[in-house]
Design a protein around this ligand. Sequence first.
Ligand code: AMP
Ligand code: ZN
Length: 114
Amino acid sequence: MSDCLFCKIRDGQIPAAIIFRDDDVLAFKDINPKAPFHQLVIPTRHLASLATADETDAALLGKLMLVGARLARESGLAEGGFRVVMNAGADAGQSVLHVHLHVLAGRVLAWPPG
Ligand code: AMP
Ligand code: ZN
């Protein structure tokens, strides 16, 4: 999608600290980290929101989770604990309409979130 921030990062039109990519997903550092470790895992295919995803997206959404867990593990943070978050819709704080999984770690994370 031409006016999507994360599609532009995927296409190299906007710089980002890319951590991992394959045909399905792309992971990069969040520009405004909320924890010492804060990375985003996105599908390379534009998908606006979990709210509008369907069964055909199931494998892709599952892969975001598994890649997020692997990134935390490879950074030595999985044992201490990490959190994955996907905001969907305005009330949840979704500000970029391209599905993204937040992976947060490196500090004690309060619960419940705000
Ligand atoms: P959300 O509020 O759940 O939609 O999350 C969007 C996230 O994208 C926020 O945590 C932002 O800090 C992050 N973000 C916005 N612009 C960029 C960018 N250019 N590079 C990396 N992360 C970004
Ligand atoms: Zn997009």
